[in-house]
Design a protein around this ligand. Structure first.
Ligand code: RNT
Ligand code: ZN
Length: 429
């Protein structure tokens, strides 16, 4: 159980009764619920800091979000400084069962009122985050910030035609890996540092090659220094398009697939970064044939890469199922990546993370008869069992997991969020 103070032991007899009955039911289907729960408790999810303040960061007040990503909504009470963000994140962690991680962007450093540019960031600017993570038993992940900056305003960073601009961003990348390694060392939990850049063209380019050559060269410079994977692991994140890069993205899927394979990096699969009917669930077992580990950015696109809060839909269930059914949980780092400013931001964290965990649980509770049917070529049986499984009492097992991990069962967590909103968030101007 996490040490986070908001977690408290609750004793609800109904939860135990319902669990006992669910346990018996799953057991008839050959599923050991206790084993599923033990495995679920071991899977960390990395909560993204940027849901807490609409991808704002703390470099300067009111800096515009650029890079072709967008947050919509104006719900009151967003975190205005690192202390508030930590308080909010802690409130969210207190409503989420298990031991997890927190994912920072470089723009969330603490610079003591001084102007520290991206090519000057260092681990000391994240000391408060390290101390907080240690105190709350959290691992930290990291991301260089290649957007919301004057030197990214024309849509290019590491692939920029101007060498001095590239050099600025290369230095940022180099420093961010060092910061990631410092996280890993301080917390004795390896950090995943994920590289996403916005570079691309709104309209049809003539030269698709040169920017990709420049990106390869820049990345190679960033990754030149070997860093122990015990401290830091690098990931690279492809994308299909962004706002303002509709026609050409330098770091496309094929670009980074090749880069990750040839340079032994983690590939980051973001569920919003593909064609709308293309699911990253199917990509997991494909790329893991050829690389040891990957990172996921679990998100939800609605009509486009809109980064809606993750809900328990088929997409999510499939992604989670692929991870647990194939025993990939040590090879797939699960991060969340969405940002909704139209609802309570703590609730957004809690809903998305609880859904991620619920989806993993549903995968862990899959009756072995389904695989068996497929092995025997009985696809009628496979389909029938897949459908029957959908209404097995996974909810009772989930409630029991929440209860035994000292977090609210069912929608009761919302009462805590409402109280926090009244006592804390509503006081923010
Ligand atoms: C953008 C990428 C990237 C960002 C974060 C904030 O399309 O998904 O991961 O969302 O870095
Ligand atoms: Zn992403």
């Amino acid at each position: 159980m996490s040490s986070l103070s908001l977690k408290r032991a609750v004793g609800i007899p109904n939860v135990h009764r319902a669990y006992a009955s669910a346990q018996a039911c799953y057991s008839e289907h050959g599923v050991d619920t206790a084993r599923a729960l033990a495995l679920l408790a071991e899977i960390p999810v990395s909560l993204h800091c940027w849901q807490g303040d609409d991808v704002g960061g703390f470099e300067k007040v009111g800096s515009a979000l650029t890079g072709g990503i967008a947050v919509t909504g104006n719900y009151p009470g967003k975190a205005r400084n690192p202390d508030e963000l930590r308080l909010d994140a802690k409130a969210a962690f207190g409503l989420i069962p298990g031991t997890h991680r927190f994912n920072l962007h470089a723009s969330y450093g603490e610079f003591g009122g001084k102007k520290v540019d991206r090519n000057e960031v260092e681990a000391s600017h994240f000391q408060n985050w390290i101390d907080w993570a240690r105190a709350n038993n959290l691992g930290l992940d990291f991301n260089p910030t290649f957007f919301s900056h004057p030197l990214s305003n024309d849509g290019f960073t590491l692939a920029h035609r101007d060498k001095s601009v590239r050099d600025f961003w290369i230095e940022h990348g180099v420093r961010c890996r060092t910061i990631g390694a410092a996280f890993g060392k301080a917390l004795a939990k390896s950090c995943v540092t994920n590289f996403w850049i916005p570079d691309g063209y709104k309209d049809t380019p003539t030269d698709r090659v040169a920017p990709r050559e420049r990106l390869t060269e820049s990345l190679d410079k960033i990754f030149k220094k070997a860093i122990s994977s015990k401290l830091n692991q690098d990931a690279v994140e492809p994308k299909l398009f962004g706002l303002g890069s509709e026609s050409y993205v330098v770091g496309s899927h094929e670009f980074y697939l090749g880069y990750a394979l040839s340079r032994k990096k983690l590939l980051c699969l973001d569920s919003g970064h593909y064609h709308p009917t293309e699911s990253i669930a199917d990509k997991i077992s494909s790329v893991l044939q050829f690389m040891p580990q990957i990172l996921l950015h679990v998100s939800r696109g609605v009509r486009w890469d809109s980064d809606h809060v993750v809900v328990l839909n088929d997409d999510l269930l499939l992604i989670a199922r692929e991870i647990v059914a194939n025993d990939y949980s040590k090879r797939v780092h699960i991060g969340l990546d969405y940002f909704d400013a139209s609802i309570n931001r703590i609730a957004a964290w809690v809903v998305g993370t609880r859904n991620m965990l619920r989806a993993l649980l549903v995968g862990l509770l899959e009756p072995p008869g389904i695989k068996q049917a497929e092995r025997e070529g009985d696809y009628t049986m496979r389909l029938a069992l897949q459908e029957e499984t959908k209404l097995l009492p996974a909810g009772a097992v989930w409630d029991y997991f929440c209860e035994t991990h000292g977090v609210p069962v069912g929608a009761k967590w919302l009462t805590e969020v409402k109280r926090y909103e009244r006592d804390v968030l509503s006081k923010r101007s």
